[in-house]
Design a protein around this ligand. Structure first.
Ligand code: GDG
Length: 457
């Protein structure tokens, strides 16, 4: 077992993107930030796809991390990733807000690719190594891996919601998925409700005994639990204290025509994020005169996502139309109430936007956690700013001082957006102080350490 790793992360994607020919750069995002130091400390390895189809790469080192690429063919990207992961599991796990596609062909590809990940992990893990598998693309890996390597300690974390039995049962391969997850020693969810759904499913579908969140099978115990993910609070908090970020935030407001109130949305363009609902609420507020066009500006950042999946193409067209209609009907010369940016921005620009915004509007119809909400809070050491937050985001469990909404209730959403816009500085700072205490204490480092401590206990 020489040269094998005592600690492995297994995820659909490696934590790097290609820069220029032959060079790599670390991908942005909390997961990588949280896990990279653990990998470096423990001489671990990360197993995942490197992002280019039909290409085989040898393992390589980057940024103190040992990376083991798993190849995917172009057709596997289409069937396993865009198909089963993103056209079946994603909508099914998000309350079927879009209809899931059940296809035997994409399921087969999902199984094949999961098997490949399990083999790559089995070959790279040292005796008794700790393995941490990430997310819905790899739910069969725990059981496949346990079969190959019963000596390993296996953890699994689901970043998206885990649905109630009544919805999950639609899945023609429900049994295989649950049995796949049960290969782990610890199955982590964002919310306690996800862990309860899973345990209940094990009982109802497989007839397994459990005590609270401990499931008994084959003489083993599988534990389920909630481990709410978070952000790198310290990094964002110091970033927004930099003079160039503060300057840029002022510039952004000036570019918008110095509105009294700037509202902001930041989401991958995804139908689970409730973008249409928040725009509708804003449109009605303008239409009925509750707010004037020059008084408020709505900035919606929505980088493209999963564009080859059909439902995402439809969403793109419908948001394009909605924004066009609002600006066409409610705007004036040189004054567009909605600034819709269908592109991705750098970390610093994003931080400046968060800092500039008076009201952050986070209205997912269902969301595992929602890091944008926590990032906004981390960026407001000025104690200014209001967070409008959907009760259907995992973050709602922790961020009780936000302006809570049901995004399906457009009247309620309108009322809460107005309340947030008109809240007194005293009320805002009281709420923000408490929100910041929470996010500063439970940051992403604490999440990773908490999960690993439970896995190794
Ligand atoms: C999944 C779950 C769970 C967004 N636009 C830009 C950009 N972003 C960054 C945000 C944030 C991240 O992307 C999005 O994270 P979310 O948590 O909001 O949502 P998902 O992508 O759906 O993530 C979710 C998460 O996994 C972690 O477990 O919270 O529930 O669905 O960090 O800042 N980043 C940059 N430019 C952009 O234009 N650089």
């Amino acid at each position: 077992m020489q040269g094998r790793s005592p600690f492995l992360i297994v995820a659909n994607r490696l934590p790097v993107d290609r820069a220029e020919e032959g060079t790599w750069r670390r991908s942005p995002g909390g997961l990588v930030t949280a896990i990279a130091p653990v990998l470096q400390r423990r001489e671990g390895a990360w197993i995942g796809w490197h992002g280019a189809p039909d290409e085989r790469l040898e393992p390589f080192d980057h940024d103190g991390m040992h990376l083991i690429p798993v190849p995917l063919s172009d057709s596997e990207v289409e069937l396993y990733y865009e198909g089963f992961s993103n056209a079946t599991l994603w909508p099914l796990y998000h309350d079927v807000v879009a209809p899931p596609v059940y296809s035997r062909v994409t399921w087969e590809a999902y199984r094949t690719v999961n098997e490949r990940f399990a083999r790559a992990t089995a070959e790279s893990a040292a005796e008794n190594a700790v393995v941490w598998i990430q997310d819905y693309q790899l739910q069969l890996v725990p059981a496949m891996l346990r079969k190959l390597r019963p000596d390993l300690r296996i953890g699994f974390f689901l970043h998206i919601p885990f649905p109630p039995v009544e919805l999950f049962s639609q899945l023609p391969w429900r049994r295989e998925i649950v049995e796949g997850l049960l290969g782990a020693d610890l199955v982590g969810f964002q919310r306690p409700g996800g862990a309860s759904n899973f345990v209940r499913l094990c009982r109802l579908l497989l007839g397994l005994q459990h005590q609270k969140h401990e499931i008994h099978l084959d003489g083993r115990v599988v534990r389920a639990g909630a481990f709410p993910i978070s952000v790198d609070f310290g990094e964002l908090d110091s970033l927004v204290r930099e003079p160039h970020i503060i300057e840029r935030a002022k510039e952004i407001r000036a570019e918008l025509g110095d509105p009294e109130c700037m509202l902001l949305g930041v989401d991958r363009l995804d139908y689970t994020k409730g973008i249409a609902q928040r725009l509708k609420a804003f449109e009605e507020l303008l239409c009925e005169g509750s707010i004037k066009a020059g008084e408020a500006a709505f900035v919606q950042i929505a980088p493209p996502s999963r564009e080859r999946v059909e439902e995402y193409g439809r969403l793109r067209d419908s948001i394009d139309r909605q924004v066009g209609r609002i600006n066409g009907e409610q705007g004036e010369f040189g004054l567009q109430p909605v600034q819709y940016m269908h592109q991705s921005y750098g970390r610093e620009e994003l931080a400046s936007l968060y800092l500039a915004a008076d009201v952050m509007v986070v209205t997912p119809l269902r969301d595992g956690m929602n890091l944008v909400a926590k990032e906004y809070i981390a960026c407001h050491n000025d104690l200014r700013g209001a967070l409008v937050l959907s009760e259907f985001a995992g973050a709602a469990d922790e961020l009780r001082q936000a302006f809570m909404v049901n995004p399906y209730d457009i009247d309620g959403l309108k009322r809460m957006m107005l309340t947030a816009m008109r809240a007194t500085p005293h009320d805002l700072s009281r709420r923000m102080r408490s929100l910041r205490r929470r996010v500063a204490t439970y940051d992403v480092d604490r999440w990773a350490k908490g999960f690993l401590a439970a896995l190794e206990a």
